[in-house]
Design a protein around this ligand. Structure first.
Ligand SMILES: *Cc1c(COP(=O)(O)O)cnc(C)c1O
Length: 354
């Protein structure tokens, strides 16, 4: 264990928890009473503070706004039936955060600030963690450049912040997705593997256009041919073909290395379901569907956990699935939920006690 950093704590006078309807929690809309703020300057992390959740005062020339040095993570904490609080695999998010930081030429956040700061913040706001089914506390760590200067340069100063949001189910309905053939999310050598804000900025037009056609999200493809499948919006993607689970491999650096993705791979291995991490061509998918060998398609991510996919559209092909098809994905979800809620043994030490 790492020593807790020197955190200055200022608590709210009055909690706003009573103003929140825990029966109606749209994703990422309500925030807890406190936040953690760490400041980087003079080549080191100078201060760590937990204080009332509040607005920030920022200079209009803030580098992050102009040139996009901005990264984030998404993590969930759960309360078990005994009221104990656990975070799901936060160490993996911590490592990925620093991988994103390195790619975006930003400083690393030390383990004691990220992990112990998060733990301390959650302890303070623990009453905000909902205990209902499919509910959790969404944790959003993020970091951005704060130099006040318009010259293009890696910033010398940064803020690392953690905010917390009680949340209900993310995708209550199965999704309809469309294979993207015009826009590109990520190319080799780019920043697709980093969880940086700009990846989302560049993706929004594609999802808006998909929504105009009646779809929820796009299935991203490679930059060159728009044939090789990558991932879906905020999620990694799995295809079940011939009783095998197939998911696009991470080797080109164009896909986010999801914590849920790797947890699902581990669970599938335990279920003795063969898993193939490899390149997946859209024609293979269509052919497998036509031959009745494509059994199910699902997305994985922290916000959504496992999202069933009802429709995949590619050109004139409409691949349809229904509740009776989501066998493997529902079994995986059940097993993952059981570990998260402490109803099954945590054999992989995924749960980090707060
Ligand atoms: C965060 C994210 C995912 C899912 O990663 P998890 O660690 O499972 O939450 C997948 N794709 C993209 C683009 C993401 O930003």
């Amino acid at each position: 264990m790492v020593a807790a950093p020197d955190i200055q704590v200022t608590k709210v006078q009055h909690s706003k928890i009573k103003d929140v309807d825990f029966g109606h929690l749209p994703f990422g809309k309500f925030f807890t009473d406190h936040m953690l703020v760490a400041k980087y300057d003079n080549r080191k992390w100078e201060s760590v503070e937990i204080k009332p959740y509040q607005s920030l005062s920022l200079d209009p020339s803030l580098t992050a706004l102009h040139y996009g040095q901005s990264i984030f993570e998404g993590i969930k904490a759960y309360k078990d039936e005994h009221g104990e609080v656990f975070i799901f695999r936060p160490y993996d998010n911590f490592k990925r955060f620093n991988t994103s930081a390195a790619r975006m030429n930003m400083p690393e956040v030390p383990e004691e600030i990220f992990m112990e700061g998060m733990r301390e913040l959650i302890r303070i706001d623990r009453d905000w963690i909902p205990a209902e089914k499919d509910h959790s506390l969404y944790i959003r760590p993020f970091m951005f450049a704060t130099d006040a200067m318009l010259g293009v340069h890696p910033s010398d100063t940064y803020l690392f912040i953690i905010i917390l949001s009680p949340t209900g189910p993310y995708y209550p309905r199965p999704l309809k997705i469309v294979v993207e053939e015009k826009y590109t999310r990520a190319a080799p050598g780019g920043v697709g593997f980093a969880k940086n804000a700009g990846n989302y900025g560049g993706s929004l037009l594609a999802s808006t256009e998909a929504q105009k056609q009646g779809y929820d999200q796009v299935l991203w493809t490679d930059a060159f041919e728009h044939k090789w499948l990558q991932e879906v919006g905020t999620m990694n993607v799995f295809f079940v073909i011939d009783n095998k689970a197939v998911t696009p491999s991470l080797d080109e650096g164009t896909i986010l290395d999801g914590v849920t993705r790797k947890s699902v791979i581990t669970i599938l291995n335990e279920m003795n379901v063969p898993v193939e991490e490899r390149h997946v061509h859209v024609d293979e998918l269509v052919k497998a569907y036509q031959e009745g060998r494509l059994q199910e398609v699902f997305g994985t991510g922290t916000a959504a956990t496992i999202a069933s996919i009802q429709t995949v559209k590619y050109q004139d092909h409409v691949l349809e699935f229904s509740e009776k098809d989501w066998i493997l994905s529902m079994e995986v979800k059940k097993r993952l939920d059981a570990i998260r809620l402490h109803q099954a043994p945590d054999t992989h030490e995924w749960m980090f006690k707060v």
